[in-house]
Write a protein that binds this ligand. Structure first.
Ligand code: CDP
Length: 240
């Protein structure tokens, strides 16, 4: 049994809302369990500095930040090394999906903030960002959907929490949780083209095990995709 009593292939309770920041071209909030991300998009528009512009396509600038109050130990305000690395990974995750050739010489600014973190923040940020880009009218081959899968002890599980990530060295009320190691694999997937656009591995597994984890992750991404599509439909049906 998992700590939160989920089935092995079950997502945490997941909610999504499009159009949460009226001033942005597109925006969304995405929550998986206790991890919450908000994303806002500006553009396509003028790019700063101009010298980084590309004559045949838009340049996407991604900004990921974990807000100070999002974690138990106050995170230092402003992006650190980890945040820069995650920004780059999010940018790569959108590369096969966004049709950048439609807006040459422009910039698309994609901001993602983590309001509350309980693992999987890069995935939840991607899910929010996908919806924000869609609402902003940025043409994409499909929404990008993301979730982490992993091997926790001997179990293969979907949508890993912080407690699961720390399996084997997690202590609460002087009690140790778990025997063995935890491996966490964040995955992003573009359903229309069947491309995996984010794949990172934190831990140690065999090639066979990794294949199993990726398969489980893709299954999870498809579930996330359904939730994203519903959020977009709800937005256009209800308000606009
Ligand atoms: O969040 P994600 O799983 O994409 O990335 P990570 O770097 O593997 O971080 C895993 C989790 O550790 C985060 O989601 C937070 O819950 C926690 N964390 C933290 O508490 N304080 C930090 N400065 C960084 C991460």
């Amino acid at each position: 049994m998992r700590f939160d009593e989920r089935k092995e292939d079950e997502l945490r309770p997941t909610t999504a809302k499009v159009g949460v920041i009226k001033n942005a071209f597109g925006s969304a909030r995405f929550q998986m369990g206790k991890t919450i991300a908000i994303s806002g998009v500006y553009g396509p528009g003028e790019l700063h500095p101009r010298r980084i512009s590309q004559s045949d396509r838009a340049v996407i600038k991604v900004y990921y930040d974990m807000l100070s109050f999002s974690v138990p130990d106050r995170a230092r305000p402003g992006p650190d090394r980890r945040d820069h690395e995650i920004s780059l990974k999010i940018k790569e995750a959108f590369a096969p999906a966004v049709i950048r050739e439609e807006f040459p010489k422009t910039g698309i600014y994609l901001y993602t903030y983590i309001l509350q973190a309980d693992a999987g923040t890069r995935c939840v940020a991607i899910n929010a960002a996908s919806l924000a880009l869609a609402q902003a009218g940025i043409p994409m081959r499909d929404l990008v959907s993301s979730v982490a899968a992993g091997k926790i002890g001997e179990k293969f599980v979907l949508d890993v929490t912080k407690k699961e990530e720390d399996y084997g060295h997690f202590v609460e009320n002087n009690k140790w949780y778990g025997k063995g190691a935890a491996t966490d694999v964040p995955i992003a997937y573009v359903p229309a083209t069947k491309e995996v656009s984010l794949l990172q591995l934190d831990g140690e597994v065999s090639e066979e095990e990794l294949k199993k984890i990726v398969k489980l992750g893709i299954k999870g991404c498809k579930k996330v995709h359904e939730i994203q599509v519903k959020a977009l439909k709800d937005y256009y049906n209800e308000e606009n």
